[in-house]
Write a protein that binds this ligand. Sequence first.
Ligand SMILES: Nc1ncnc2c1ncn2[C@@H]1O[C@H](COP(=O)(O)OP(=O)(O)OP(=O)(O)O)[C@@H](O)[C@H]1O
Ligand SMILES: [Mg+2]
Length: 687
Amino acid sequence: MIIRSLRLRNIRSYVDETISFPTGSVLLSGDIGSGKTSILLALEFAIFGIMKGVLTGNTLLRHGASKGSVELSFTLGKDNVSIKRSLKRTSSGVVQEPGTLTINDKVFEGTPQELKARILELIGYPETLLTKSKSLIFRYTVFTPQEEMKRILYENREERLDILRKLFNIDKYKRVKENSLNYIRELKNKVSVLQGKLEILPDKKQELEEYDKQVEELKEKLEDKEGELSDIKDEFEKVKKGFDKLEQELEELKKVEKECEVKKSEFSSFTKQLERGEAELKKVNSMLDELLKGLEGFDISKAEEIKETIKRKKEELKKIDKKLSEINSRKSEFKTKKEASEIIIKKITDLDVCPTCQQKITLKHAKEVNAREQVIIKTCETNLERLEEWNKKLSGKKRAIEEEIDNYIRGEKELEAKKVKLDALEEKKERKKNLEKELSDLKDKKSKHKEVIKELEQRLEQQKDKKEEFEKAKQELEDKREEKDKLEKAVVEKKTQLQTINKLIERLKQEIDRMKQDEKKLSQLQEIKTWMQDHFIILVDVIEKSILARIYNEFNAFFQEWFNTLLEDEALSVRLDDSFSPVIEQNGYETWLDNLSGGEKTSVALAYRLALNKVINDFLSTIRTRDLIILDEPTDGFSSEQLDRVREVLDQINVAQGIIVSHEAKMESFVDSIIRVRKQGHESKIF
Ligand SMILES: Nc1ncnc2c1ncn2[C@@H]1O[C@H](COP(=O)(O)OP(=O)(O)OP(=O)(O)O)[C@@H](O)[C@H]1O
Ligand SMILES: [Mg+2]
């Protein structure tokens, strides 16, 4: 990781400032309180965000500002990375806001926690740091704040070892050992539980054997019963066949019985019909006698004769009527003529002129006319008398004919009535004929039915034992069926018993299988337990010790080397004890850090810090911050001579980018570039 630039907005003494960092050694130079540490804290914040109890939002956000932010750009191998994190003041304190991580122009926005996860992955720090409040690796490799170094030196043995274990990730061995012991305890529990469970295994095996025996016995019995059942089934089928035949025959018999019943009932109905028919015939016969009596002497041909006579008489009557009408018209002719003559006679005596010849009526003429008219009158009267006589004669004849016609009509009516009787007679005769036919048919049918009934009754008589035979066969069939059912039931019972025992066996086998698996598991667990107890824990111990030994050797060697470089005093020597505590010897006497001078203390601290940095970078291969080291006031209390030695040490470290905070003017000559920080008013600026 090489830092390229850092922009601070409202961070501690900064309002808005961007600082560019070159590679090589860079000196952050400035007076006390000018804003140097603020830059380093902002850098740490950019990478990890705020860390509870270590780096708080309140420490970072400028007094009075409601918002602040840090933007850090750096290169990581070939990648250009920049991170922006923001802070906001709220009623409950200063909080972080979501930020962005840009890798080669690819922007990722996320919560502070998401950003931290991405960055840890990017710089190859262990994931476990994500939930931790501080990054020990960063703090002991890249940037150790001024007070932090002294803390590790003054910490008690156990705590120091604890910090170092965490740093080198070897506290995992301690955890492995603790967990192994817990696991062994658990294994012991499991083993004793399994042993308890397996105590009943021999009993279960014996139980299984007994069940197997029972199954064998049951199978034998079942076979016997099945043999019996098959025999009885054959017998049953045989009996059933006979029974079925009888049943069919009986069915036929029932049909015959029914038919016989039907025929009998038909026979009695024929008898009744016959009785009724005979009674009717009797009645018809007496009616016929009566009708015949009424028609005695009746000749149908007379009726035609009478009809002819009536016709003829009516024509005769018509002729007489015609003649009578002619007589009457001639009579009125003569009457008119007579009256005309009488009028003429009467008029001729009273008139002077003749109305016919227009001559003056003379007496003579009057006499002649009178005589002539008298003749006419006489003739008329004679004719009238003759006509009257004829009329009388004809009228008498007419009356006689009319009387005759009446008599004939009466006779005709009588004949008609007889004819009706004759028709009735014919009808009765027809009925009689039909009845006689019906009766003879009925008699026929009756006699045929009688024969059929006789025949059917004979058949029934012949078969009368069938019913008894059938009942017997039925009973036999029932007995066989009962026997068969009993055997079937016995077979089913045996099968069910067998099934139940088989199920029990199945369950028992499964149980035994499970127990066998448990047995296997038990021996595996015991093996694991022994292996863990007798080998694994010892092995972990050995590994831990060997790693610690390697760390110790390297750490101790660099510590001694750099201490000797920084402080060329033969009377004073340093080394590490087995808990990585610095042991200081002065003139052969062991002494304690507090007893040393300020410069000597700083020398021990810096040598320890740089040695630790070296060892961590060597042991933790994944971390990608090994190019960068930040030293905040590493030379506190150093003499001018010692400052020259710092240069040597820095050359030995040989990192790509070293940021050193110091207000020692001499330091300026050691470094490749200088960043000057100054505070004006309440605002820090870069010059
Ligand atoms: N939240 C803050 N808001 C404003 N100023 C602050 C805030 N916190 C600290 N300061 C001030 O910012 C200034 C810079 O502090 P910083 O720790 O960066 O100084 P320094 O240059 O490292 O000093 P030294 O050389 O003493 O270590 C100091 O005056 C400090 O009191
Ligand atoms: Mg400072």
